[in-house]
Design a protein around this ligand. Structure first.
Ligand code: ATP
Ligand code: MG
Length: 355
């Protein structure tokens, strides 16, 4: 057991990656640790020794992996909580064996994060030299022939985004100060993620967009699929947090997923009752965190069984983001939908207590 709170994907799944590498006899693109086929197996699992990381359509993963084997970069697009970051980390881990070459896009991201910066003490002492240069994750990925990840691409100012264009089209990063350049080695590529909801914050320039293949990650199609994702992730998180043994009631997981889906879709599962949607995003990711919280409550303060009371507060917190209007939405849902369900009595009571 490591003491690291969250190991990188390539460390966490080192055994699986080694196993795949050993048995992989298909063609590997230059610079890749695994063949596209094995990368896909790593991501989707083989129902046996390889655990699934991404739960969803095989075609989506295939398109993403195939893109990275070309000279085009990959843009993962989708609403919050659709595993964009998750998928990009595992893709980088499987392809390059390194998911750490990461640029986090924010309004304050500077060009240095894409190109390079300087160690000013050395720069002043020695003048511009290779030793005084601090490479960005993108520059390192180019030099080492690996995958660089750019998170939340559209949150970066557009001139910073555009710094990627040379890297992507010319496959080189000029360093005019040294009259040098860093040429990308084979295996280099970029996975960027962007949030649907942020669209318009900083629109992707068309010059940059043309260098990306876009893969849209959907929200889980069915409740069963979402329950499957949540169950897996909650179990994994519980293990890595070393929570005391708890019985994860499947019924409780199903209920949280149902509540989230109904509020998100604006209609009950049976299609009979319309409900209002709250302002926040009730994504799979939120469902996972509500349940993980519930597990911690059950483990430390309850009797070790996940019960309605352990998830109620978390659900209310996730739903009521905007105190006034969301509270109205939640109340209405509670009284018109939750109260009417015979087998949801315990849940109704628990919610009333914390609402
Ligand atoms: N289809 C899925 N398969 C596996 N895990 C999923 C899936 N959808 C969501 N998750 C889980 O949801 C969590 C959140 O995903 P992630 O942080 O990657 O979302 P995101 O799309 O990057 O969201 P944001 O736009 O907020 O950055 C992860 O723990 C991931 O395991
Ligand atoms: Mg993300």
């Amino acid at each position: 057991m490591t003491t690291v709170l969250r190991p990188h994907a390539e460390d966490d799944h080192a055994e699986e990656l080694a196993l795949l590498a050993k048995e992989d006899d298909r063609v590997r693109p230059p610079g890749w640790k695994l063949s596209p086929w094995a990368v896909t197996t790593y991501l989707l699992g083989d129902g046996d020794r390889i655990s699934p990381k991404y739960v969803g359509a095989r075609r989506i993963v295939e398109v993403a992996v195939a893109t990275l084997a070309t000279d085009r970069a990959l843009l993962l697009l989708g609403v919050p909580g659709t595993a964009k970051t998750w998928l990009s980390e595992h893709l980088a881990a499987a392809i390059s064996g390194d998911s750490t070459l990461l640029v986090q896009g924010t309004a304050g991201t500077a060009e240095e994060a894409i190109r390079y910066g300087w160690n000013y003490a050395r720069l002043l002492a020695e003048g511009p030299s290779r030793a005084a240069l601090t490479p960005s994750p993108v520059m390192r990925a180019m030099a080492e022939g690996r995958i660089a990840r750019v998170e939340e691409l559209t949150r970066m100012p557009s001139d910073v985004q555009d710094a990627l264009i040379t890297a992507l089209s010319e496959k080189t990063l000029p360093i005019p100060e040294l009259n040098e350049e860093v040429q990308a080695r084979r295996g280099f590529n970029i996975i960027a993620t962007a949030n649907d909801r942020d669209r318009g914050v900083n629109e992707l320039s068309s010059a940059l967009r043309r260098r990306f293949n876009t893969v849209v990650l959907p929200v889980p199609a069915t409740a069963e699929e979402e329950v499957d994702i949540v169950t897996r992730r909650v179990a994994q998180l519980g293990r890595s947090l070393e929570l005391p043994e708890t019985t994860t009631g499947m019924a409780e997981i199903r209920r949280v997923v149902t509540v989230f889906r109904e509020l998100r879709d604006g209609v009950t599962e049976d299609g009979r009752t319309k409900v209002k949607s709250p302002s926040g995003t009730l994504s799979t990711a939120e469902a996972i965190s509500v349940l993980t919280n519930g597990l911690a409550l059950a483990a430390h303060f309850g009797d070790g069984v996940l019960r309605a009371a352990d998830v109620a507060a978390g659900i209310v917190g996730a739903v009521v983001q905007e105190p006034v209007s969301d509270q109205v939405v939640w109340r209405e849902y509670l009284e018109t939908v939750v109260r009417e369900r015979e087998d949801w009595r315990d849940f109704y009571r628990a919610c009333r207590e914390v609402s």
